[in-house]
Design a protein around this ligand. Structure first.
Ligand code: GLA
Length: 726
């Protein structure tokens, strides 16, 4: 396990739990990729020669006319010299050329994993991982490129990132610097991506690879609702439990690109990194550029195998801080209950009801600050509106505390309303192009986080509020995409740095605020799931999954989000019916079951609920509290796929396999239905189990092979089964 280097053959073999990744520096010091897949002991590199010239090949050296790179598997290719496929790196030089010829120079193998300055990344100590740093040099420019590979010993995870260092005398411009490139020998894969839109984020989309380029990405300033920065290649007929899967997830919350290209010889190239559209970075001598990290997961146990690797990695080696392993509270949020229309008293009425039934934290959503009674004003003015909250936040928070609940608050720190004191004082603080109309979305502009003084204003103004009252939770929202991305502080030829500088500013702010307020639980949000990515999870261990709170829509959204992200990262709440996003009416029990499969909460005006409903809600809360450790930190398995079936089913299983909860929800009922069985996963075949409410003993083998017989359910009805070792 770890990283082996065969010095005579210059072969690097990176080995994780059951994965091998192998490449070599060849006779010309070109880095040739050899293998990525199920763990093997060794490789016979004499026979693999993907660098054999083909008709019309580009021959770098006529004396060796069988040698070519334009169809070879390459570790970190550049375009235009010896390869004409999409490159991983493009650097404009002073003479206008973008040609590079990177050659292996040296390498280092170190224990553990270094942090990436200014950017979120997975972390590991010396016993958990090994890191390989490969230095490549372009002789003409003296450009040094360091490829970092970290392998986690007990996982099937390899991370990649790249540093680009100008060791020469000219000023260079990075035009494209992908974090990761993986070349495959053939194209016999399906591409899986998580794509959608606001309120239907991260829907599963699959397509067969074909010759040409297929890509996902964002140029919206956030990772976005449209495409998650994740994609996977799957062998044909991959299922939850079988098949080879290669997952790629970028630890970055801004513009990104995920590109898969298939060449004329069916070679497949995967690239992932910052989107080169609207990007460049100036590199003066001795300056360096750091790419974000890509987390690559290998599974030969289907999509389920991939997900379990991502889940445990993100819970243990990405999330940080006080709340990393702590049980997350049950919240009530007033957004869908009141929108902007509330007073301290009306909120306290809701809190009182919530407290009586065991809710643990009240979140005051949008509308508490400045003069904000609708979404047209006040973003940036982070001081309480005492007309609405008489006595201020401190009084409200204390009253909430006196009702035995904690208090949390909504912010949208990256924004500025044109109608705000902040804008009246600093109209130049937003992203804008001089002499052009400023384009608002939801009546708001975006602060220019590439400016340090703007970041510091956010840190100080948010911190001031957080210190002014006993605040235990923050919902950090971000409600528009970035347009007119320009920073008046930068010269003309550096404007394309602004988007990435915005991200560096955002991460600086988040790091500072979460460090200063260590005990606060932060939840990320961007109009729901518009920035649901590992970059945010590094700072904030949970994210509001979607503004769509309809239980049936959530079946799909939570199913597909769980491909990569663990349930403990997903905020999910019960909301009222008819649902505000889709108008659907679903049973309270179903809404409870779906919402309690993540970080549970409510968006209800409980004062409007009758005794029967309140006691049903209390029963949900009691059940969740009893089973919270299992749901938040147990192993999660998808059972039935709501994209393909007329229901959704999933199960949480404790690490020792003695406890489990299975949830099943029908979408549309069938008349005169056939029997419905659901097969469990993750149990111990040898154990015997009891199921609350059902008679007799069930073998683990029975539950996983024959499955559990379900009652006949009507439209949108749901059941849950509490399973315990007998
Ligand atoms: C976004 C969030 C919602 C709510 C509103 C408030 O849309 O996703 O949950 O906080 O903003 O304006």
């Amino acid at each position: 396990m770890g990283i082996q280097y065969n010095e005579s053959k210059k072969i690097f073999h990176i080995q994780g739990k059951s994965v091998s990744y192998i490449f070599k520096a060849d006779k010309y010091n070109n880095l040739i990729h050899l293998y990525y897949g199920k763990k093997i002991r060794n490789i016979n590199d004499n026979v693999i020669n993907t660098n054999k010239a083909k008709s019309w090949s580009i021959i770098p050296n006529e004396e060796d006319d069988q040698y070519a790179l334009d169809s070879a598997l390459l570790e970190y290719p550049t375009f235009g010299h010896v390869d004409l496929r999409s490159g991983a790196l493009s650097i404009e030089q002073e003479n206008g050329s973008r040609i590079l010829n990177l050659k292996y120079d040296s390498h280092k193998i170190i224990k553990g994993k270094k942090g990436i300055e200014g950017l979120p990344a997975t972390y590991a100590d010396e016993n958990e991982a090994e890191t390989l740093e490969i230095a490549l040099i372009d002789e003409v420019t003296n450009l040094l490129v360091v490829l970092n590979y970290t392998v986690f010993n007990d996982r099937n995870v390899i991370t990649k990132s790249v540093q680009i260092i100008n060791k020469g005398y000219q000023t260079l411009k990075v035009l494209n610097a992908q974090s990761c490139c993986v070349d495959y020998r053939n194209s016999d894969y399906e591409l899986l991506q998580l794509s959608g839109a606001w309120a239907r984020e991260r829907q599963i989309v699959k397509r067969q690879l074909v010759q040409g380029i297929q890509s996902i990405g964002s140029a919206r300033g956030t990772s976005s609702h449209v495409h998650n920065p994740f994609m996977a290649l799957m062998s044909p007929d991959t299922t939850e439990e079988n098949g080879e899967v290669f997952g790629f997830n970028l630890v970055y919350s801004g513009n990104f690109l995920g590109e898969v290209s298939v060449s004329e010889h069916n070679r497949t190239r995967v690239l992932m990194g910052i989107n080169p559209l609207n990007f460049s970075w100036q590199l003066k001598p001795e300056e360096r550029f750091q790419t974000p990290e890509v987390v690559m997961v290998y599974s030969n146990e289907g999509l389920g195998g991939m997900s379990s690797e991502y889940h445990s990695l993100y819970r243990e080696n990405l999330m940080r801080g006080t709340w990393k392993e702590k049980q997350r509270p049950i919240v009530i949020n007033n957004w869908e209950a009141t929108y902007f229309d509330f007073t301290r008293e009306s909120l306290e009425d809701i809190v009182k009801k919530a407290s009586e039934i065991g809710v643990e934290l009240f979140v005051l959503d949008d509308g508490w600050f400045g003069k904000r009674d609708d979404d047209t004003c006040s973003l940036g003015d982070w001081y309480v509106n005492t007309d609405k909250i008489e006595g201020g936040l401190e009084k409200l928070a204390k009253n909430v505390n006196n009702m035995d609940m904690d208090f949390g608050l909504w912010f949208e720190p990256e924004m500025i309303s044109p109608d705000s004191d902040l804008y009246r004082n600093h109209s130049d603080w937003c992203l804008h192009v001089e002499n052009r109309e400023r384009v608002t979305c939801r009546y708001q502009l975006v602060l220019n986080l590439s400016k340090k003084e703007v970041c510091d204003y956010i840190i100080e103004s948010v911190s001031k509020v957080l210190s002014s009252a006993p605040i235990k939770y923050v919902k950090w929202d971000m409600n528009r995409y970035l347009t007119d991305v320009m920073s008046m502080d930068l010269p003309r030829d550096r404007q394309m740095e602004t988007s990435h500088r915005y991200m560096l500013g955002l991460y600086y702010i988040m790091e500072e605020i979460v460090t200063r307020h260590k005990d606060i639980l932060f939840e990320g949000c961007s109009g729901g799931g518009g920035r649901f990515d590992p970059g945010i999870l590094y700072y904030m261990p949970q994210i509001w999954t979607s503004d769509d709170s309809d239980a049936i829509e959530r079946l799909k959204i939570q199913y597909s989000t769980s491909l990569v992200y663990p349930p403990v990262s997903m905020g999910s709440h019960v909301s009222s019916t008819p649902n505000h996003q889709v108008g659907r009416t679903t049973p309270l029990n179903t809404r409870g079951n779906v919402a309690m499969s993540g970080n549970f909460g409510y968006e209800l005006d409980l004062t409007k609920y009758n005794d029967k409903q309140i006691s049903e809600i209390k029963e949900q809360i009691d059940f969740y509290k009893e089973n919270r450790q299992l749901i938040q930190y147990g192993d999660y398995y998808r059972l039935n796929n709501p994209f393909e079936e007329n229901n959704g089913a999933w199960i949480f299983v404790s690490k020792d396999k003695t406890e489990a909860i299975l949830f099943y929800t029908t979408i549309l009922a069938e008349p005169n239905p056939v029997d419905q069985q659901v097969r469990c996963r993750g149990l111990n075949e040898e154990f015997n189990y009891k199921i609350d409410g059902l008679e007799g003993i069930f073998g683990g083998d029975e539950l996983m092979n024959l499955g559990l017989t379900l009652p006949e359910l009507k439209d949108f009805e749901s059941v849950r089964f509490r399973i315990r070792k007998a």
